[in-house]
Design a protein. Structure first.
Length: 59
């Protein structure tokens, strides 16, 4: 039987990749003029993407 890995590593990777994706998405939306870029918006988007990913993949 294969090891499932450490959940902490998965959570850190999830947060890092969610932050990168959110930063690019918020930046792109600010270029188009849909949303203003701010780090609080990136943080909120990061949490939202991380929670959705956690619920979809790890549960």
């Amino acid at each position: 039987m294969a090891s499932q890995g450490d959940i902490r590593v998965l959570l850190v990777l999830d947060l890092l990749l969610s932050a990168a994706f959110s930063a690019v998405a918020v930046w792109g939306l600010s270029v188009v003029g849909v949303l203003a870029f701010s780090w609080s918006t990136v943080g909120l988007a990061t949490l939202l993407v991380a929670v959705i990913t956690y619920l979809a993949v790890l549960r």
